[in-house]
Design a binder for this molecule. Structure first.
Ligand SMILES: [Zn+2]
Length: 444
């Protein structure tokens, strides 16, 4: 038995415990309470720190970690086209795997223990597995041309068969038909049937930008032009992206909906009706100039919602508690009220509600007896954290950047004394060298 002691223990499902302790046995939480009442065992003193459940990042693109700062200030269409082209022309699977490994290092440094990642290359599953973190890797697929449906589906099936052999207790495979502008109506329907038959979780980027809405509703804008140039018929659907997805049948598998910025009250009702969870990515949505998703409305409707960092190409860091602060501030600014959301609710979105969105709340997301010991300790020594009244207010409103001193996944420590064990100079040099190649490609 290992007994962690910390100035504060924050179980999420109950109020913070001052001078608390958590006992871990066989990778599971065996006991939680005040340090004075803790059972005997090997003591781990975390000192002036808040011990939290490991954070759950419900949307990442780990393989794009080497694209941090690569494309700034571009209009969204140009941004995504350039990014996709660069990935396909310049980077090998090996480059992407190293980038994913480094992305996991960054996430662990910020206390993230679970990653819900969409990956085109498919290398992220192996990276998560060797790093010892928890996650779902959704294999991405594209295919805007209805004639591509059978080929795209056959390729997906082949990839999933190989990936599934590598599933473990901690890492799972899902599928991600990318977005309404990159996947045809026919392919959405086919993927939904495939996912249902194979019991695979699904994630979709949707309602992210005005350009996307214009494409779906009116068959206008840069994607419509680009599709027509490629000989792909573009049909005005006369509805929102979310309503369009409903009509394709794909919402019947309750996919994780990523973004939902362009969602009105009717769309929120559709999301709720279809039991879809949402990945809210406030920093990415703001940075790319897309806007602010109706987070309060989704929460009010009871939509399971987590916080996602999105890729570092659009964030540019992976600091989930910082994203939670951005989300809170954006909603208060939008509502012009100081009493919407609070830091405890935001922490819950980063932990328990994120776990619910991914269907794993029975195992992680809170510090409770019987759950897996996914834990993250954050030091409370920075000047901005004195005086401290409530550790969660402090972590959300005044701490940052958030650097964990100890992180464990299912009881295995992956960060010790503030050092990510998987981090090394060789990996960093590799990432920088690959990023330099990308920059050179762009200048040519
Ligand atoms: Zn994304």
């Amino acid at each position: 038995v290992i007994v962690y002691r910390a100035e504060w223990v924050v179980p999420v499902t109950s109020p913070p415990i001052h001078r608390g302790a958590v006992a871990v046995e066989d990778g599971q939480i065996a006991w939680v309470g005040t340090a004075g009442d803790a059972p005997g065992g090997e003591a781990r003193e975390l000192g002036a720190a808040a011990l939290l459940p490991g954070l759950i990042n419900v949307h990442t693109h780990l393989e794009l970690t080497l694209m941090r700062g690569f494309l700034e200030q571009l209009p969204f269409f140009e941004w995504i086209v350039t990014l996709t082209k660069a990935r396909r022309e310049v980077l090998t699977d090996d480059d992407l795997r190293e980038a994913a490994r480094f992305g996991i290092v960054e996430g662990l440094a910020g206390g993230i223990t679970t990653f819900a990642d969409t990956s085109e290359s498919g290398v992220v599953l192996g990276a998560m597995q060797s790093a010892g973190v928890r996650g779902i890797m959704y294999q991405e697929l594209f295919g805007p041309d209805p004639r591509q449906r059978d080929d795209a589906l056959a390729q997906l099936a082949a990839k999933v068969t190989v990936l599934r052999e590598r599933e473990t207790d901690l890492v799972r495979v899902g599928v991600s038909p990318h977005a309404p502008y990159s996947v045809s109506e026919e392919l959405f329907g086919a993927v939904a049937k495939f996912a249902l038959a194979n019991d695979l979780p699904v994630a979709i980027h949707v309602a992210e930008s005005e350009e996307e809405t214009n494409f779906v509703c009116n068959a206008e804008g840069p994607w419509a032009e680009s599709h027509r140039k490629r000989g792909i018929a573009v049909v005005p659907r006369g509805c929102s992206s979310i309503e369009y997805l409903r009509r394709t049948g794909v919402l019947e598998v309750s996919p994780l909906l990523i973004h939902c910025v362009q969602a009105d009250a009717g769309d929120v009702a559709v999301i709720r009706e279809a039991n879809c969870p949402v990945a809210h990515c406030p920093t990415s949505n703001a940075k790319l100039g897309h806007g602010t998703a109706p987070l309060m409305e989704m929460l009010e409707a009871g939509v399971p919602t987590g916080i996602g960092s999105d890729s570092v190409a659009s964030n540019n860091s992976m600091d989930l508690l910082a994203d939670a602060r951005v989300a809170l501030l954006a909603q208060r600014a939008r509502a012009r009220r100081p009493d919407v959301l609070d830091s405890h609710r935001m922490l819950s979105l980063c932990t328990l509600e994120g776990a619910r969105a991914l269907g794993i709340a029975g195992r992680v997301g809170s510090i409770e007896r019987g759950k897996d010991a996914d834990l993250a300790a954050f030091p409370l020594e920075h000047p901005s954290l004195t005086p401290l009244h409530d550790p969660v207010d402090a972590l959300i409103h005044s701490a940052g950047p958030h650097r964990a001193s100890m992180v464990a996944v299912k009881g295995r420590e992956l960060v010790q004394d503030g050092r990510v064990l998987a981090d090394n100079d060789h990996l960093r040099a590799r990432i920088s060298a690959d990023a330099a190649r990308l920059a050179q490609w762009r200048r040519r």
